[in-house]
Design a protein around this ligand. Structure first.
Ligand code: V47
Length: 368
């Protein structure tokens, strides 16, 4: 392998990894530019196995998008509708949202993941009541709700600080933050694909995660790839995530999200290739020496690429998901959900060991 790494131009990176020296921007770019994908994957797999062996995590979860009304008009998005009443716009009543959980009382779910549009007219109580109702129905369920972009929007709309919003949501039952809304931190790209006064910038996204970590919440960080970003901008995004993790230790997982071009204003772009997806996950594993998990969101990458990524640095497949809309409205042809049995089968078929986890990566033991 050493001679293969040398011919791939990766000998120096291999030496750094063995010596425990951190990779820098130039190393990250070199990993993106190296032609030998398997050499990059081999390095990433070694880092993955150092941390997790063959263990591969998944979660029994559901997704809920309570409204797609969103005052932001990001070019990348196929989910949002600008105003209530626009064709395809919806906003669930609290009862309708709670019903989504009630209908699944028979499922041993451990997490609800809620992401919404930035709705201009709902009162703040809608969100706190949403959380309280979920906890009344299932007191043990973990509420992973609202991206940093939503938290910033709430703060501006309801005239609170970001910290006040987080404290009120925590008091209502919020348990952690998902990683959505990060897109690409680099200004050049963010300005083009997600330019909206209502969408917080990278500094505020990171600041909200910092505050959340300080209040005892865990969170994830995502990166939307495969559109107009350069290799430097991908690595910069990883390095900004790594820097915050050095400060707080609060990120659990880094989640690359493959761009889907259907039904949005960037539909002329081709979707990222399988090769690119495998590389992004592998480079993330190599750059992010301080974030425990790299997740392949199978809805975004496709099931087969997510499964293959288990040998390219990935140790987590998200979960059953159920009722996902953001990707399916943007053209994803993946199923809307997988059963735990299907997820276990595809992990085993990859030669890995499936473990059901809760949101905080405690292993869930089930009587069989
Ligand atoms: O922030 C929107 C992305 C994100 C498109 O924290 C798109 O566990 C691709 O953040 N093509 C929301 N992506 C989803 C998300 C997420 C997913 C899985 C797990 C977790 C977690 C978080 O979806 C948005 C945006 O970056 N997105 N439109 C699109 N056309």
């Amino acid at each position: 392998m050493v001679s293969r790494l040398r011919s791939a131009g990766l000998a120096e990176i291999q030496e750094k990894l063995v010596a425990g020296v951190r990779l820098d921007l130039a190393d990250g770019v070199r990993l993106f530019e190296a032609r030998d994908l398997l050499a990059v994957g081999w390095l990433a797999n070694r880092e993955r196995e150092k941390r997790h062996g063959a263990r591969t995590y998944y979660n029994f979860n559901i997704r809920l998008e309570a409204t797609n009304v969103c005052v932001a008009s990001c070019l990348l998005c196929a989910f949002a509708r600008l105003k209530p009443g626009d064709p395809g716009a919806y906003t669930m009543s609290l009862e309708q949202a709670w019903d989504k959980l009630r209908q699944r009382v028979h499922q041993p779910l451990t997490e609800i993941h809620v992401v919404n549009g930035l709705h201009p007219d709902l009162p703040f109580d809608y969100y706190t009541e949403l959380l309280r109702g979920f906890k009344r129905i299932r007191p043990d369920i973990h509420l992973k709700c609202f991206t940093a972009v939503e938290i910033a929007f709430f703060a501006d709309l309801y005239k609170m600080t970001d910290e006040q919003v987080l404290r009120e949501l925590i008091a209502a039952g919020l348990d952690s933050l998902p990683g959505g809304g990060a897109e690409i931190f680099a200004e050049r790209v963010r300005k083009k694909i997600a330019n909206d006064v209502n969408k917080c910038d990278a500094t505020r996204y990171l600041s909200i995660h910092r505050i959340a970590h300080g209040l005892g919440l865990r969170s994830n960080v995502t990166m939307l790839y495969g559109h107009i970003e350069t290799a430097e901008e991908r690595v910069d995004h990883m390095l900004r995530s790594r820097a915050l993790q050095d400060e707080t230790g609060g990120f659990q997982a880094f989640i690359p999200l493959a761009f889907h071009p259907d039904n949005n204003q960037m539909r002329k772009l081709p979707p990222p290739s399988a090769i690119d997806s495998l590389r992004v996950h592998a480079v993330a594993r190599l750059m992010l020496d301080n974030i425990p998990h790299v997740k392949a969101f199978w809805i975004a990458t496709g099931v087969e690429v997510a499964q293959t990524a288990l040998w390219f640095g990935v140790d987590d497949l998200d979960g059953t998901v159920q009722e996902e809309k953001i990707y399916h409205m943007a053209g994803a042809r993946t199923p809307e959900s997988l059963t735990t049995r299907e997820i276990e089968r595809l992990i085993r078929a990859a030669g890995r060991e499936p473990l059901e986890r809760d949101t905080l990566y405690n292993v869930v033991a089930r009587a069989s």
